[in-house]
Structure formats: structure tokens, C-alpha cells
Design a protein around this ligand. Sequence first.
Ligand code: GDP
Ligand code: MG
Length: 460
Amino acid sequence: MIAISHDPDSGTLYWYFTDIIAGSTDGEGECDATLLLDEDGQIIGLELELDGSVSKSDLTFALGHPGVRYDPATYTLSIQLLEAADIDAQPISESAILDFDLVGMIQGAEIQPAKTFGLDTRLERLAPFMVNLDEAEDEGEGEAPIAPPAIPPAAEQAAPAAEPEKSIRSGFVALVGKPNVGKSTLLNAILGEKVAITSPKPQTTRIPMRGIYTRPDAQVIFVDTPGIHDPRTKLGSFMVDQARRAIPDADIICFVVDISEPPSRLDRKIAELMRRTRTPKLLVLNKVDLPTPKGQQNLEAYRALGTWDMELAVSATKQKGLDTLLDELVKRLPEGAQLFPDGQRTDQGSRERASELVREQVLRLTEQEVPHSVAVEVEEWEERGAAIYMRMTVYVEKESQKAILIGAKGAMLKQIGSRARTGIERMLGRAAYLDLWVKTRTNWRDDPSSLRWLGYTDKS
Ligand code: GDP
Ligand code: MG
């Protein structure tokens, strides 16, 4: 059964399609929402206006409940829990926040109707669905949610610093922000190399990864985060863990926003989460290359979301403002040792990065048909003279997706392969032979052993 909980303090209503286990939420999104009311104005359901980036399998949890329907023509997820003689649909001005798990399935949604709506007086009929999650709430209130662990995990694995006496500035910078603001693009632009995959669809980044920028006087280790959430909410109270993982022992937090749009509810929530940490915070206004008539207004609105050590305007795609950003970051880093050797740009292995480059092309080239039900596994990786031979399997959930991926006479797969190979060769700095296969593994996203096998485990 769908579970609902209400936080009277913030006026938020949480709808859970599944039990949420600590650390299981991997990202979030936003969408328009409409409440369904009966003739007495009591809530009987909710409609969520999703978009084409959500596939039917992402709705597995939601569609498992009676009264939930999805209309792919309008991308509307309709949750009607109770009957009514007459249904009144009331759009909510604030967008709903959706939570996604590690493989992109929607776990739940939270909505916050305007105060004037009188949420507390409209919950009578939802009583059978109500759960109380107070115990989990406000854990560690007042204390910074992002506690720095004593030793950064990456430092343990890192090669010993070459010259112990060489003093430079070094440390961790977390790139935090809602999906699609350009965090991964920014990281790639800074490193001058593709280390994080990007796509116009949110939820592209699945694994938190580090990108390493080294110059003679400094080493900056960037953490590109897959998602972050307000740990004080009931739905998000389980996510303190996630936040800790997403911002591991950061020395500086960059709050990355899209200046071409005003702050949304998710921006505000992320900013609120950051307010409770004492780590220096920079406000990074990305996408300044876009025409933004309301730029000044947006800037003021973002500025008001917190106290910022500095504001910086950048364009990740046009590579504007990056040197200034780097200088400002380096200035604020502690003196320390070089944690990674010169020339190492990421903590991800080449194989993992190569498979991510393939997954990226699948996401880019297949549009909405084969969205997030894709996993790529490296089956073989072998030196062959000056080149590297690699065989990878792209796993999809359905025969129909497999057909799309392969395309007429194999044309689609060929295109995916050749584009991915270009990126892989650039990354490796040498020639690569890429042998791509497509296999169907039914419901891999539902099967814990498949998930483990494909590497989607909680690595923390
Ligand atoms: P992330 O979810 O925050 O990591 O966002 P991505 O890096 O995947 O970028 C999301 C989308 O925004 C992509 O289509 C990018 O090309 C685009 N984007 C990123 N930075 C910029 C920028 O500076 N200017 C413009 N115009 N688009 C950008
Ligand atoms: Mg990203």
C-alpha cells in the first residue's frame, strides 16, 4: 500500500511507493503536481506531471499499487487512492520533489501546497494511508549533517605523495546542485578531459566520482555528486547517509545553479541543507552564456538562499570563468600533500570510465526509448600491440529495447560504438577496438543479484 506522511511544521506531504532504506536514494527531480480533491475538498489522490526521461520501468514501485495509472501520452502519473462522486483537480504552485533510487526508479514524492490551501484540514480521507515517521526525523538536529570523516577514503588508496616536503594546497571540493545545472559539464571543462558523462537528461551521474585537477601549486579533488537531499524531511531523513557520501569531507562546497532559471524548490532545499555546515561555500552561477533577461532577479534570488563566501559566474560549455573559479578554490584549500600522482585525472578506473562512455552514447542516441534501463559491463580488456581491445555488453530489460539499440542492420549499435570509441580513445590516449554486444536481462533492475553483479551496490 502507498504510505503517506505529513509534516505539519513545513506543511509537506510525503507519498512513498516503497520502503526507503538508508542510502537507497540516489537522486531527485522535480515536476508539476496536482492534488485530487473530493466534493468536500478532502485529498483523495495526486497527479504528477512527469516527462519523457522517465520510463515505465522507472515506475515499477508506483505502478505496483492499486489506483495508480500512468498515461504515456501525457506523461501523467495518476494516484487515485479513493473514490469520489466529483473530483476537483487543484494544481500546486510549488513543484513536487521526486526521489529516485540507484537505478532510477521513483521511490516517492513530496509536495508542499501553499499555506492558504489548509493542508491539515484536508487529510481526513487519507487516514488509512498515514504512517508516522517521527522517530527517523531530525536525527542529529543542530549539528552539521556533513561531518568530516577523519581520513578521506581516497587518500588511503592514493599513491604516496612524491615529495613529502613539497607543500602545496590540496583538498576536496564538492560540486553540489540539483540535476541538470551542469555539474558534470563543469568538471569536465575544468579537467579538460571527459571524466564525468553528461546528457540533457537528469540522473545521468550514477556513481559519485572524483575528478582530480593538479597544477604546480595545488591539487583540487572534485566530487561530482549524483544527488543530494534535505535530510530533515521525513522522506529525506534517511538520506543523511547519502549526503555524507555525496559530500565526503569536503573542504569547500560549490553550490552550482543554473542562472538562466530562477531557483526552484529543490535549489532551496539543497541550499538549506548546506546552511548547516560550516564548510566554506561558493555560489557558482553556471550557464551565463544563455540569454537571461531575468538574470539580475535570478542572481538575487540565489544569493538570498544562503551565506556565500563568494559568487562566481561561469559557463561550463563556453569555458568562461573557470580560471577565476580555480584560483578562488585553491586560495581556500588547506596546505597539504599531493594525494594523487601528476597526470591522474580521476579515481575511476579506465574500464569503468570506458563503460560509462558507452552508456552515455546509449542515453544520447536512443532518446526516450531505452532510457535508464541500461547497464554496461566490460567482459574483456586486453592489450593488443599499441591498442586495447575491449568487449562490452550492454544490458537492457526488454527485447524491444534490444531491437532499438541494435537498429536496422545494426546501424544504431554501430553508431553508439563508434562515438563511444572516439571518447575512449581520447581518454586512454591510444587506439581502442570496441566490440559491443547487446543482451536482454529481464528485470535486472528488480533483481538484487543482478544489481550487485552489475556493480550497483552501495559501495560505502
Ligand atoms: P548535472 O546533472 O548537473 O551534472 O548536469 P550536466 O553536466 O549533465 O549538464 C546538463 C545539461 O546542461 C547538458 O545538456 C549540458 O550541455 C548543459 N550545460 C551544462 N553547462 C552549461 C553551460 O554553461 N551553458 C549551457 N548553455 N548549457 C550547459
Ligand atoms: Mg551529472
